[in-house]
Ligand binder design. Structure first.
Ligand SMILES: [Zn+2]
Length: 828
């Protein structure tokens, strides 16, 4: 077999998407490295070492270790997170499931843009908490996930692999965690064998990593005191508290900034300074005899045949580098680049060529930008492109040719970019009729609970969808060619913020969505409403739901219209999925557009199927006027409206008994007591409301950072108990309790068809004033009676429930609606 060590297309894309310079770039914005960043870049050119860090979720990664290896040791570091964290909770908004996965993907990319690591994922879907790896690997397609881990090994070509978790059940942790380490251990040998996943070898090569470690920590031992007592003589200590003068920060400070990007998980971290030991435990491979985890691994240019003089030249460049005039290094850097180019083809040649070109670009003060006048376009649209190039060094740079891919335009400017004289080209281009949509690729095919389906091997571990259009700039200095590629992005000036950059999106001409995430049908016929939104000017055709259709016409991009359809009850039965679509010029579009917008990530446009859950059910609700106190984000108000209730979303001005007493029930949003400081003031009002005869339903909370010392009128101790099996048996301890009987008489059938889990963070202890009508547990575990707790208080009812109504109601689970109706109707 011909040995080829070119990185695959994937690696090139990953290299392109993540600049060499932490802090200075994101996927959209051109990097603007300062003199210290460039000096660090020069030092990194002389280090040929690679680390792969493996764990299960966004936030599992030890950013201190990643930043240390990247910024203090100058290794290439990649974090492979097997999932995108879809199954977790969201502290800052209402995105859950796949949308949360999109948000966390971007948070990880932002974290890497701070610590300088690269980011990969696998096709594994985070299906929620899993108590052991056997269960995890029943939901994940083990062979498919293992193939992705093997592919990551072969692409990253790590010398050293570090697993965040231990590869058997020695420590009690999330099943995804243990499974991530088990798969990494298995991949360690498989990646080097040509007969393992041979189909990958048309695009990559086998790779045998040298050794693998487990990044142990105090949290495996319960607390820091217990870990302090552990014998560490067999471990590899690393002082990750070093100072990084080129950043003006301690490594731990950089790591804290990186970790603080995990905002939807509430991981804003305080930084720390000073010596701090982190430990690696040997797992497999070639065991080092000393405390150097890279012992025996040549990380200098002599590891490449003919590389020695390149290393010497780079040392000279490092020594002579002038922070007041980085361009003085350009002639030597060009010389080093030419020497790298003349090496035989190989992995390090490709990698270091990509790096040195970025260092040269920075030293030249060369700025290349490609933007369009619209943030989104549809296939066939014409957009106005603006290209800008400026060279801020004393060396004349020739702008030879320009190519706007894919096949949009090319030209030969043959222009000399003189020092600090800008060059701008404006040009209209037509987006190809066949252009693929740029929304997250892993959501484009139907997924299962445990797996995303991605056909293209190169995409499988990629963090995000490659952008539609790129500009290839062919430049030269003194006849030495230099090529760069920039993504076409959208930017605008916002008076209150300044420059705002967004990915340029190719999206469908029309989006359709049901106005409710789920419908419940209690009559013979029910109205469902579909909203159509134009992705471009002048779009017309028909809107369809099942066999029903209506014509539509939208004039302006962004314009919306709603269309109502009468659906017969018998077509919906106990629970089914309704789909909407639009037909335009013979093509069918069946996506809704969800925009995810936060100021710490680039705006995301996500295409999801235009479906809703519909269930025909016998539902009685006594509560008519229901208040909703918002928490961290859930869709409960929409569900209450479906139940026929009038919903009042409570604001500060409403928190008076005179207003509250008009409500039949009040529902508190998930984690409100964890996230809303003002609840401190409003909590006594809510209890007073209950005392006066109201019904208060408090959804799940965690016991971490509650804004009140006591959540309920009686003692209630929150804990971490959960039941993750969504079909776990629900035993009726108090079958005559009104919550199970009035106005809807519940049976075991009402607990069929639940999604993801029964519930989470069940209390472990409660005052005898509480009644516990239900008991449940995961297979093989002790019963937990804390999923639903109800106490009479004064003339009213206080309900605390960890049952996952925030997942079940938007998913249209009939029994969950019936139980919820009983809870809000407790007051009669
Ligand atoms: Zn985790």
């Amino acid at each position: 077999m011909k040995k080829s060590y070119y990185p695959s297309l994937l690696l090139c894309l990953v290299l392109a998407a993540h600049g060499l310079f932490p802090f200075t770039s994101s996927a959209q914005r051109p990097a603007k490295p300062n003199a210290a960043d460039l000096h660090a870049g020069i030092k990194k050119l002389n280090v040929l070492g690679t680390v792969l860090y493996v764990a299960a979720h966004p936030d599992d990664e030890n950013t201190r270790m990643i930043s240390y290896l990247r910024n203090a040791k100058y290794y290439d570091v990649t974090y492979l997170s097997l999932t995108r964290g879809d199954g977790g909770q969201n502290l800052i908004g209402s995105e859950i499931s796949s949308l949360l996965g999109v948000l966390r993907t971007q948070e990880l990319l932002m974290a890497r843009s701070v610590d300088g690591g690269k980011q990969m994922f696998s096709r594994a879907n985070d299906f929620g908490f899993s108590k052991n790896p056997e269960e995890t690997l029943r939901f994940w397609d083990k062979d498919a996930v293992l193939s992705d881990v093997v592919w990551a090994y072969r692409e990253v070509k790590p010398d050293v692999v570090i697993n965040r978790f231990y590869h058997d059940k020695k420590y009690d942790t999330h099943g995804h965690h243990t499974a991530s380490a088990m798969l990494s251990v298995e991949a360690f040998d498989l990646a080097g064998k040509a007969d393992a996943y041979p189909e990958q070898l048309t695009q990559t090569q086998p790779w045998q990593a040298r050794r693998q470690f487990f990044n142990t920590s105090w949290f495996f031992y319960g607390n820091q005191e217990a870990f302090a007592k552990v014998d560490k003589s067999t471990l590899w200590p690393i002082d990750i508290g070093v100072y990084l003068p080129l950043k003006g920060k301690s490594n731990n400070e950089v790591a804290a900034e990186s970790r603080s990007m995990h905002r939807c998980q509430g991981f804003g971290s305080l930084s720390s300074r000073g010596e701090s030991l982190d430990y690696l435990d040997f797992v497999k491979g070639d065991r080092p005899a000393t405390q150097d985890v890279f012992e025996g691994i040549n990380t200098t240019w002599t590891r490449v045949e003919g590389g020695a003089p390149i290393g010497q030249l780079l040392e000279k460049i490092d020594r002579e580098y002038r922070s007041d005039r980085p361009s003085a290094s350009v002639p030597d850097l060009l010389n080093a680049m030419q020497q790298i180019k003349s090496l035989p083809d190989g992995y390090w040649k490709q990698r270091k060529l990509a790096e040195i070109k970025e260092v040269i670009r920075g030293c030249l003060g060369l700025y290349l930008e490609a933007t369009v006048n619209e943030p989104t376009a549809t296939p066939g649209d014409v957009v106005k492109l603006r290209l800008e190039a400026i060279n801020r060094s004393e060396f004349p740079v020739q702008l030879g040719s320009l190519e706007i891919r894919p096949g949009l335009f090319d030209t030969l400017p043959g222009f000399i970019l003189a020092s600090n004289k800008g060059w701008v080209l404006e040009k209209t281009v037509r987006i190809a009729e066949k252009a693929a949509f740029t929304a997250p690729f892993w959501l484009q095919n139907p997924s299962t609970m445990g797996m995303y389906s991605v056909e293209d091997q190169a995409l499988r571990v990629m963090p995000e969808t490659p952008r539609y259009a790129k500009v290839r700039w062919s430049l030269s200095i003194n006849g030495i060619p230099l090529e760069y590629e920039t993504e076409v992005a959208w930017k605008t000036g916002e008076p209150a913020i300044g420059e705002v950059w967004r990915p340029f999106e190719v999206l469908p001409p029309v989006f359709v969505e049901f106005t409710e995430p789920s419908y419940i049908f209690t009559q013979k016929e029910h109205e469902v409403v579909v909203r159509a939104k134009a992705g471009r000017d002048k779009v017309a055709g028909k809107i369809m739901v099942g066999s029903l259709s209506q014509p539509f016409e939208l004039q302006k991009k962004g314009e919306e219209k709603t269309f109502s359809f009468k659906i017969k009850n018998e077509n919906v039965l106990s629970g089914s999925t309704l789909s909407a679509s639009a037909e335009v010029e013979g093509k069918t579009y069946s996506n809704r557009l969800v925009t995810i917008q936060y100021d710490h990530i680039p705006q995301q446009s996500v295409l999801l199927p235009s479906t809703t859950r519909a269930a025909s059910l016998d539902l009685k609700v006594k509560a008519k006027n229901v208040g909703y106190y918002p928490g961290a984000g859930d869709d409960i108000p929409a569900a209450l409206r479906q139940m026929g209730c009038t919903v009042k979303v409570l604001e500060a001005k409403d928190m008076e008994l005179a207003t509250l007493s008009k409500l039949d029930a009040i529902v508190v949003g998930i984690r409100a007591y964890n996230t809303k400081d003002e609840l401190k003031l409003h909590h006594p009002k809510l209890l007073e409301y209950v005392e006066n005869g109201g019904t208060l339903v408090v959804q799940y909370h965690t016991n971490f950072e509650l804004v009140v010392s006591q959540l309920a009128p009686f003692s209630l101790k929150l804990a971490r108990g959960r039941v993750t099996d969504e079909s776990a048996e629900m035993r009726f301890l108090l079958p005559d309790h009104p919550s199970l009987k009035t106005p809807n008489k519940l049976t075991s059938k009402d607990f069929e068809g639940w999604v993801q889990e029964r519930g989470l963070y069940f209390p472990s202890e409660w005052d005898p004033a509480f009644q516990a009508p239900l008991s449940t547990n995961d297979p093989g575990e002790k019963p937990s009676d804390g999923s639903l707790l109800i106490a009479k208080y004064g003339k009213g009812h206080y309900v605390y429930t960890g049952l996952s109504f925030f997942r079940e109601l938007p998913a249209g689970v009939p029994g969950a609606f019936r139980l919820f109706a009983n809870l809000i109707s407790l007051g009669g």
